[in-house]
Design a binder for this molecule. Structure first.
Ligand code: CTP
Length: 400
């Protein structure tokens, strides 16, 4: 996702400096070229050699290092960066940046860069809450610096509170968001994800194995690419992707209501949720007790088909469905495409290894109303999301 991108990672002196090592590893794994600048106090916590070994580039530490200046001076570093991130950023660094002080390599390079800057502060909670700090931080945000706020937790100083460095995967996600090509700007996208739960009584429900990963991946990638995303999600444990508005629902009926309401203002609807087709006719108000008989019969009634309902009042929207099948994949998916009046259906055979529920990858085919079928190889759900959004972008550009 970060292939070909140049990132300057500034590390300042705080306990969380060791987490910058993990962050660097993630950046390199994602394909970025990373140049690390460390302050003098950062070097008290982690040695430059660690960052050098992981980035494959010399670590920059001195403002007046003739050798480094000749090779790749701080101004040229500042010029070639696609993103300048400081993690962890101490109160001192934020204070210096907010007041135009440039007295070491990091603060000087920061002042010289025209790249977007992401600040990820970490410090003691009292320092964080200090109005002087808050004023400095706010000043930088008002000037267009990006900020990933610290999280609440146990701090190295023994205090509990807001001041802990944001988790490295959240920093990576924020970085990807800032560096993504924004080719979906202006698109209002509605995505559904996860299973639904159909309650039997206060302690039991009918559901399915959907993890929500596919729908959440679509929402995350689309937001990264500039779309305005509403994610209507059944119960699952995934966190809300950055920039996405999430609406949590439980049953198919709840999802139906939420989707119908939100669809009015959507340009594209992608239904990745695994919606239960049936619900118990009656939800017992109390826990159902076992009787004497060997069998129990549950009577179910049909839920509305949300996608089919959208298909009958399609307007100018693009409609995309998913078909998770165990047999006769193309036949079943093709029928759903026609019957629900879709523009594209993503078909996958959930019996294949590496496809389906609760795994990280998927093996899918895209089916179109004109009979075309595109078979994609096995790839991560995030990559499938990217391919799908490419097709949607192209369809929108063609006006179909
Ligand atoms: N879908 C929906 N509402 C339902 C059932 C399904 O919106 N009540 C949507 C799903 O989100 C998916 C597509 O329809 O995008 C296909 O769902 P799937 O469960 O594979 O198919 P069904 O139409 O329910 O058919 P069947 O269960 O017979 O395979």
């Amino acid at each position: 996702m970060l292939q070909g991108k140049t990132i300057i990672l500034g590390v300042t002196g705080g306990i969380a400096a060791y987490k910058a090592v993990e962050l660097l590893r993630l950046y390199v794994k994602a394909g970025a070229e990373v140049h690390v600048i460390m302050t003098e106090s950062a070097r008290e916590f982690v040695t430059p050699l660690t960052f050098q070994a992981l980035s494959g580039n010399p670590v920059h530490t001195e403002l007046f290092n003739l050798y480094q200046e000749q090779e790749i001076g701080h101004i040229s570093l500042a010029d070639r960066a696609d993103l300048f991130i400081i993690a962890p950023a101490t109160a001192n660094l934020i204070g210096k940046a907010a007041n135009g002080l440039a007295d070491d390599l990091l603060s000087t390079t920061l002042m010289a860069t025209k790249a977007p800057v992401l600040l990820v502060p970490a410090m003691n909670v009292n320092m964080y809450e200090n109005p002087i700090y808050q004023e400095n931080q706010q000043k930088l945000v008002d000037l267009g610096y990006h900020l990933l706020e610290p999280v609440v937790g146990e701090l190295a100083c023994g205090w509990e509170g807001k001041g802990k460095l944001a988790p490295v995967d959240a920093i990576l996600a924020e970085t990807e968001l800032l560096l993504a090509e924004r080719d979906m700007e202006g698109c209002r996208l509605l995505v559904t994800a996860g299973p639904t739960r159909e309650e039997i009584d206060p302690v039991r429900y009918l559901s399915n194995y959907s993890s929500g990963k596919m729908g959440y991946a679509i929402a995350a990638v689309a937001a990264r690419r500039g779309a305005r995303v509403t994610l209507i999600s059944g119960p699952c444990t995934l966190s809300v992707p950055p920039g996405v508005e999430r609406v949590l629902v439980t049953s198919a009926l709840d999802m139906h209501g939420a989707v119908m309401e939100a669809a009015d203002t959507a340009d594209v609807v992608i239904k990745a949720a695994a919606v239960a087709d049936y619900r118990p006719v009656n939800r017992a108000p109390q826990k159902v007790k076992k009787g004497d008989g060997e069998q129990l019969t549950l009577t179910l009634t049909r839920n509305p088909d949300i996608l089919a309902d959208l298909g009958t009042e399609k307007g100018g929207r693009l409609l995309v469905g998913f078909a998770a099948e165990t047999d006769d994949l193309l036949k079943h998916a093709g029928e759903k495409l026609q019957n629900k009046n879709l523009d594209l259906i993503v078909a996958n055979d959930v019996t294949c290894e590496g496809a389906g529920f609760d795994v990280e990858t998927n093996i899918v085919r895209f089916l179109y109303p004109d009979g075309r079928i595109e078979a994609l190889e096995q790839m991560s759900k995030v990559a499938v999301a990217g391919e799908l959004l490419d097709r949607i972008r192209d369809m929108r550009q063609r006006g179909s």
